[in-house]
Write a protein that binds this ligand. Structure first.
Ligand code: FMN
Length: 459
């Protein structure tokens, strides 16, 4: 009897440490270390761990790796840790010496294969795209559990059929292995829609891609500060631009601002935020103060008015709070109803709330956990029915305006805080259960009671 198709695929898949990740042994000290860029992870030489890491460094069959980790809990933890940090990749051999590289975007991605080879006609999904990286082609989509790299030219020939619907042979073959992998990742599909069709959110391809890759979540891109490319020895790139032409016109002096607003505070006292402080902050920044009836497409529609200006006048931003230290409020994730000025519980999931606290603390490099994280999300469709193409950029500008409004209101509430540039959109999806294409987080703001009394109370 011939091998089931999934066993055939496992046989042709190897898992290994990625280029740039190495297993180093220091003979003098007798230590072993997994090294990647400037990260180092010491590895103990017991429980078969070193042996397993050495297999991964050389490349090991996926079936063997899975059987070793199912028999050894520590090896499983090591494997998961390696996957989670993006240190491993899968090589799938579609010919004796030719393989695609599958690089996980999520920490838990292990390829799965169907029992039968695919036999339908497939085409790329509308938002999949291909770009060159070195001498390979990378196939990816805005949300995808892994990126797939094809060598040039043989791998590219396999892709060329997918624009118009390519049929893999219905038998065990390299092409069937590749098609099964792409199908399981949602990069190809059997329903060929209109290639121009838009996802239900209305956000366009470049906007979805920008949203996903510029936030934390399932993708393999480095995010946050890297300090790459700062020119050495040249002019200070932070110096004020001086326009040399003509005589400068000196402007009249203005009295200095005594204590400027808008200063970030990242460390807080243990004192809880009171509900009245929280209520005051929300009413000064995001509470609906009024409403107006706009004629939209000839239909009268009531639109709220809020204390901050909003491009498009549609107030697409929703406000959620992860409350950790608010007097009288159990730890939880809440939605703020801006018309009724009240909070509703969205989730009490402690593990997810903990993840949000850790991400927020580390994003601002703080020692202590935040008292509250305000999460700002956007309801995309509110904007996409009105605008095309510039929607997402307007949303981000609105987030900036709202952040400044919060900065300015904090001292008057006896609070301090810090805007955050990069929250995790998948965690927001898990906490709210909302599809990221419908509503997704676009900004965060940590608040708490500062150690020092605030500058001054606003009237
Ligand atoms: C949109 C935005 C995103 C920000 N993201 C972060 C962040 O992720 N981490 C952080 O520590 N500070 C963040 N900040 C705070 C800035 O670092 C801070 O405003 C800036 O350094 C000026 O310092 P100041 O607020 O003390 O005047 C952000 C501020 C804004 C407006």
């Amino acid at each position: 009897m011939s091998l089931p198709f999934n066993a055939y695929c496992f046989d042709r898949t190897r898992v290994r440490l990625r280029k740039g990740v190495s297993l180093d042994r220091d003979e003098g000290l007798g230590t072993n270390t997994i090294r990647a860029r400037n990260l180092e992870f010491p590895l103990q030489d017991r429980n078969g761990l070193l042996e397993f890491a050495a297999l991964l460094a050389d490349g090991v069959g996926l079936a063997q790796a899975l059987s070793l980790t199912s028999a050894n809990e520590r090896a499983l933890a090591l494997f998961k840790g390696i996957l989670m940090r993006g240190f491993a990749e899968y090589a799938m051999y579609y010919a004796p010496d030719e393989y695609i590289r599958v690089i996980p975007n999520t920490g838990d991605y292990i390829p799965e294969f169907p029992a039968e080879p695919p036999h339908a006609q497939y085409a790329l999904v509308p938002d999949a795209f291909l770009k060159r990286a070195g001498n390979e082609w990378v196939l990816l989509a805005p949300k995808c559990r892994a990126e797939v790299l094809f060598p040039f030219p043989s791998g590219f020939e396999m892709l060329s059929g997918l624009a118009e619907g390519g049929s893999p042979p219905c038998e065990h073959s390299g092409r069937a292995l590749v098609y099964a992998t792409l199908a399981s990742l949602g990069l190809i599909e059997t329903r060929f829609g209109d290639a121009e069709s838009q996802p239900q959110t209305g956000l366009q391809f470049h906007e979805l891609l920008f949203h996903r890759l510029s936030r934390k979540g399932d993708h393999g891109q480095a995010s946050g500060a890297t300090f790459a490319g700062l020119p050495k020895g040249g002019e200070n790139p932070f110096s004020t631009r001086v326009w040399k032409a003509g005589q400068p016109i000196i402007l009249p002096d203005v009295p200095p601002i005594e204590k400027p607003y808008g200063k970030s505070i990242r460390e807080f006292s243990d004192r809880p935020i009171s509900l009245s402080q929280l209520g005051r902050l929300l009413s000064m920044t995001v509470m609906a103060t009024d409403s107006t009836t706009n004629l939209i497409d000839g239909v009268p529609i009531e639109v709220p008015q809020k204390p901050y200006p909003s491009g498009g006048g549609l107030y697409e931003i929703e406000v959620y709070l992860a409350a950790y230290n608010v007097a009288g409020l159990p730890v939880g994730f809440y939605h703020y109803n801006s018309t009724k000025h009240c909070l509703s519980t969205v989730s009490n999931d402690e593990a997810k709330l903990r993840r949000l606290a850790i991400i927020s603390r580390t994003t601002m490099g703080a020692r202590s956990d935040p008292a509250t994280v305000i999460v700002l999300s956007a309801r995309f469709q509110r904007m996409t029915w009105k605008y095309r193409s510039l929607t997402y950029s307007v949303i981000l500008k609105n987030v900036g305006v709202l952040m400044k409004t919060i900065y300015d209101a904090l001292p008057g509430c006896g609070l301090g805080g810090c805007a955050l540039g990069s929250g995790n959109i998948d965690l927001f999806e898990e906490l709210t259960g909302l599809d990221w294409l419908e509503e997704s987080s676009v900004g965060e703001f940590v608040i708490g009671v500062p150690e020092q009394p605030q500058e001054r109370e606003k009237g």
